[in-house]
Design a protein around this ligand. Sequence first.
Ligand SMILES: [Zn+2]
Length: 246
Amino acid sequence: MELNSQPFVYNAFPLPHFNEREQPVEMLVFHSMAHNAAEGISRLDELNLSSHYIVDFDGTIWQCIDEKKRAWHAGISSWQGLTDINSRSIGIEICHNTLGQSAFHRRQIKSLILLSRDIINRWHIAPDKIVAHSDIAPDRKADPGKAFPWQELAAANVGIWYGARFSEETDIVKMLSFIGYQTSSEQLIQASAYAFCRRFLPKKTKTMPTRKLLDCPHPKDCSSLLKDSEFLHALQNIYMQYQLYR
Ligand SMILES: [Zn+2]
């Protein structure tokens, strides 16, 4: 790694769980883990998993995998019709005791913004390809969680947030699908709608500060969400912002 090209110093702690990429890097995926970095690295190692970076509670950044290699963090997932997200992405885990159900530490967010901007600039990652694990696996994952500060990140040019204009589109499935979410079944549509809310309308989602959250990323029945006018309004706005990048 070219340490001199980084805007800050990070600690390397290599994990052996990686292979060669089969696709060019075009995405950035955020996660959270309910451990500090040292515990989290041990846990990933036990599970034969990995992530390129881990941001510890105090904002220290640990690098576990060379960015040129394919880390194993995304699992079965999809975004904008793209699969093999591990081949296409750089993964960042953020240490958080409640898996993002409550505010992140300021120093973590500062480090995360610096690291993300550096990665985005070097790999030319478009804003619409910056995602939560819960965005790309809405039926399996809930991280980095409803308190992840997407608005603050977007203000620092990391990802997308609301804009001034709204679309007049009313087809919810069309809009979710265009943004990138999976909509191939009724179950996935509901899971994707809930994942959208976790990111863009968190007051519509439940707070569940438990590790079991990862096994239960959304309530069984989210069908009422699909008829909610506030949800539709948020979707019409975000859909418009994503259209700017196609
Ligand atoms: Zn994750």
